[in-house]
Design a protein around this ligand. Sequence first.
Ligand SMILES: Nc1ncnc2c1ncn2[C@@H]1O[C@H](COP(=O)(O)OP(=O)(O)OP(=O)(O)O)[C@@H](O)[C@H]1O
Ligand SMILES: [Mg+2]
Length: 479
Amino acid sequence: MISEKEREYLVAIVNSIPRELVVISPELRIVAANDFAKDIYGEDMVGKKCYQVYYGIDTPCSKCKIIQLLDGEEKRKDLKNLYMEEEVTLFPLVGTDCDPCMVKLDFDITKIGKLEKKLYLSNTFLHNLILSAVDAVIAADKKGKIFIFNDAASKILGYKREEALNSVDIRDLYPGDGARDVMKKLRSKEYGGPGKLKSYRVNLVAKNGEIIPVELNASIVYENGVEVATIGFFRDLRETLKMEKELEETRMQLYQSSKMAAIGNLAAGVAHQLNNPLSGILLFTELLLEEDLDEHIKEDLIRILENARRCKDIVKELLEFSRRSNNKDYFVNVNKIIDRAIFLLEKHPLFKSIEIIRDYTDNIPEIKGDLQQLNHVFMNIIWNAAQAMEGKGVLSIKTNFLKDKNTIKILFCDTGPGIPEDILPNIFDPFFSTKKQGEGVGLGLSIAYRIVEGHGGKIFAYNKKDGGACFEIDLPVSQ
Ligand SMILES: Nc1ncnc2c1ncn2[C@@H]1O[C@H](COP(=O)(O)OP(=O)(O)OP(=O)(O)O)[C@@H](O)[C@H]1O
Ligand SMILES: [Mg+2]
């Protein structure tokens, strides 16, 4: 039972609804109407036939839905349900003495249903679009709680979607104060307009702690002018940066090779010109020394002889440097050549407190190469390492066969001070040396570079994170 008051309210509600609400009897007579309907069709609509009121005709409409619905026992059962079509909803007024009166409401509930369905479909489509996007998409609310985390984001960062949504804060994905920095830039005008950040390079932290460089396009999401969330589209830059680095390395190698070729020609010319007069100086000094001369003159002559011999050595190095095609028709085993270089050097006092650790790959494929030249390369690198470590430390030598690249990789790492970053680009230049006079001419690495290049290989130098220099040589294995 409802109270009088309640009844009063319900009537008021029915009359306040800005929709036509009309009750029609099985004889198609309007038996009740709310104020909204009466405002349109007149106060006197109640008591009239519906077709008269609505269409001003004297006979029922040919396709009257109410007749169709009331027609026949079977159909009457349907009256328990709503009948809906464009713009109109009909339903039976149950529990009154006017059974089966019909309520006509000029409101298409199905339309709402259809709109909802459309909305649902478009939401699902957008959702799938975001989830399957190539770029990582991450959105978070103002508190940092992540609510969008797509497959690409999972792939880059290693978090499963559920994990990211439930237990990761957006700030955890940036190293240090990175998230705050991104927000600051997002709110400023300078990086794509306020609320936008375009093509910004930033680092993210993956689940395993790896730092991932990405390009970020982000924006703040506003609702009625209030900031409610941020959404970011991240592109993994690891491949791009790797390619850029390789390109830069290739460019540097090319630059280095052309420089070497020019210097090589020059060096060969100078060396040849110097060779004959030097041989003359040596020969005549030796002849003079056989004469019966004053001791102090002999001492001076010995000095001349020593210096001339040093000049001859440098000329020999220069000729070595400019040598192009050589004996590369033999198959050689790099492990054995390194062993030979060590054997030749280890008796020297400089190696007394140096430990050499060999980590060779057994059964390493042989390569076509010049044994003498490769020996020269390895001896130079080993000698440099011993000099850098000032006779005390560890030199690790590793050889490896990279099957997929058909290449042999040789790595020399020492525990010396490393190569200062500012001179790293110059160490392969001829006559570049940081050593005292008499300790180095600066030809060792430039010759090594030319020899490795002549074997179709590559040589790089870098510093280890924990100190010490590494030299890496890649030599192709001929088919
Ligand atoms: N293992 C190393 N650690 C630190 N610096 C190195 C190392 N190897 C080479 N260098 C640097 O590279 C420079 C060039 O080396 P390179 O072998 O070409 O010439 P050098 O050793 O100075 O003289 P040379 O080899 O002609 O006697 C060196 O002077 C040194 O500064
Ligand atoms: Mg050297």
